[in-house]
Design a protein around this ligand. Sequence first.
Ligand SMILES: *[C@@H]1O[C@H](CO)[C@@H](O)[C@H](O)[C@H]1NC(C)=O
Ligand SMILES: *[C@@H]1O[C@H](CO)[C@@H](O)[C@H](O)[C@H]1NC(C)=O
Ligand SMILES: *[C@@H]1O[C@H](CO)[C@@H](O)[C@H](O)[C@H]1NC(C)=O
Ligand SMILES: *[C@@H]1O[C@H](CO)[C@@H](O)[C@H](O)[C@H]1NC(C)=O
Ligand SMILES: *[C@@H]1O[C@H](CO)[C@@H](O)[C@H](O)[C@H]1NC(C)=O
Length: 375
Amino acid sequence: MARAAPRPAVLMVAAVVAVLLPDAAEPRILLTLDDFGAVGDGVADDTKVRQRCCSVFNIISRTRRSPGSSSYLYHDLKVTGGGIIDGRGQQWWARSSCEEKKNCTAQPAPKAVHFEDCHGISVKGITLQNSQQYHLTFTRSSNVEANYLRVTSPEDSIDTKGMHLVDSKNVHVMDNLISTGDDCVSIMGNCTDVRLRAISCGPGHGISIGTLGVNGSVDYVEKIKVDTLFISNAENGVRVKTTKVKFESIVMRNVTNPIIIDQGNSDDPADSSEAPQTAATAVQVEKINYIDIRGTSASEHAVTFSCSDAKPCRHLSLTNVNLTWVDGLKASSYCRKAFGKSTGTVIPESCLSKEDFVHHVPRHSEEDEEEDSDS
Ligand SMILES: *[C@@H]1O[C@H](CO)[C@@H](O)[C@H](O)[C@H]1NC(C)=O
Ligand SMILES: *[C@@H]1O[C@H](CO)[C@@H](O)[C@H](O)[C@H]1NC(C)=O
Ligand SMILES: *[C@@H]1O[C@H](CO)[C@@H](O)[C@H](O)[C@H]1NC(C)=O
Ligand SMILES: *[C@@H]1O[C@H](CO)[C@@H](O)[C@H](O)[C@H]1NC(C)=O
Ligand SMILES: *[C@@H]1O[C@H](CO)[C@@H](O)[C@H](O)[C@H]1NC(C)=O
């Protein structure tokens, strides 16, 4: 719980409401719009308010009524201060293992710190630990910065993710150390213009970008740039199910699937957690660039591009990749319906098919590709 050094800004949260979560031994802090001086208009969605459950240190905010809407939006919200937010998630992790056996009747685990509809938000220099499910999430937010954070929970904290972005744009996540049981950073539905930089991930499930598009759902995640990462002892390094992503300068150490695209084919050599029948409706994976990726793979398949028959992966590009199997053995690449090119030294040797063999999808012009590769 909150153990921040006393600071005058705490006055800003004098109106917070302490609530007891069902399994928590200690009170949590629930922040509502009213805490920022907004006048309740009676239309507030109770569930949303509950989701905004935060333990907070220094909060400086301006709110304003959005034009043509009866709801308030958070603007220029800053969370700083060097304190620790401990989600005390141990009981929830135990429950997740019951979930795997399809024996879970409880409500979904809460998120430690969640921001929704925030525009201009900065979270800096705090420690988030032992969250129940997600340590830090942003939904429908824009102009977000999440820097100098330390996010930790044990390797066996099932389903516990570091940072999670949904439907957000213009997000900068930099200089963070993230070590959890599940994804380090996941970027899902409709996120665009996201930059991840200087992040250390692991253990956990690495970086996950995009979703499979199960049951015809449409989620667009694009224009994501990831660079200067160190990923160690993780299940995946960089995992993608979307378009327009650039990965650059990434060092892997003992990562089971350092580079992976899996559209849920049942014959995948790599573990696929999603159901195999999703392949038919899988989202298009294209324009993914991997540049300067090196280090060690914990499995033979250092590179896995397992794409679907319905939507083969296209315009994949590998440039200067050097991944070896942990004990010095030669690693290999696996490709299924994967099209693209390799340049420079690529180890293990690329198995991408030449783009020319994609007949049934429209070709993109060189110009288009050029523009994307420096985005
Ligand atoms: C499901 O969980 C409940 C409570 O945790 C337990 O009593 C019950 O035996 C479990 N059922 C199965 C099928 O595992
Ligand atoms: C993404 O956008 C599509 C189309 O606007 C919408 O149907 C879908 O619900 C959005 N997904 C998320 C997770 O916001
Ligand atoms: C997809 O649709 C089927 C049938 O409507 C349903 O049983 C299944 O739960 C859905 N899957 C997801 C992930 O929503
Ligand atoms: C490699 O990573 C796995 C977890 O994925 C871990 O259990 C194992 O101890 C690591 N090996 C080394 C040599 O660090
Ligand atoms: C690839 O990495 C291995 C192990 O780190 C190293 O020995 C080898 O020289 C590298 N190869 C190239 C071409 O950089």
